[in-house]
Ligand binder design. Structure first.
Ligand code: ZN
Length: 160
């Protein structure tokens, strides 16, 4: 069964910046990732590279920043009261997850002051050209419920 819109794909992946050491791998967590194709579950460049493949196939794909987490945008620095970081020690260059009005968001600490912290709101992988190694584990039809919800239910997906 080929990968196409409204099918569920389970796959292992390793991602790195082009020409560098791996940043993360689904194998570190053990379980393959599960996504519903055609519902913005993953970055567009990777989804495009997986189209028409089948279970058992492996693919390698270079995904330019624009089709991954987007280009870095200047001026996305924001000043946040230090108390929002709780008791954790923060240092420039560190990546932390902040609770915002839009939900949890990964940010990079730019500068730490006495009572405020400047953070960069760009996604940590913004502006990076990424390389993916992917092993397709399973391809199946999605249920009507999964298509209505826009995500996978069960193994590797939402449990609700
Ligand atoms: Zn659901």
């Amino acid at each position: 069964m080929k990968i196409e819109k409204d099918r569920v794909v389970r796959f292992h992946y390793t991602v790195s910046e082009v020409g560098q050491e791996p940043i993360e791998s689904s194998k570190d967590r053990g379980e393959p990732m599960a996504i519903l194709i055609g519902h913005n579950n993953i970055i567009p460049g990777l989804e495009k590279a997986m189209m028409d493949k089948e279970a058992g196939e492996s693919i390698s794909a270079d995904v330019p920043a624009a089709e991954a987490y987007g280009e870095r945008r200047e001026g996305l620095t924001q000043r946040v009261p230090k108390k929002h970081f709780g008791t954790a020690k923060v240092a420039a260059g560190q990546q932390v997850v902040l609770q915002t009005n839009f939900g949890p968001r990964a940010v990079t600490v730019v500068k730490v002051g006495m009572s405020v912290v400047d953070v960069d709101l760009n996604h940590p992988m913004a502006g990076k050209d990424l390389h993916f190694d992917v092993e397709i584990v399973e391809v199946r039809e999605a249920s009507e419920e999964e298509i209505a919800h826009g995500h996978v239910h069960g193994a590797g997906g939402h449990q609700h």
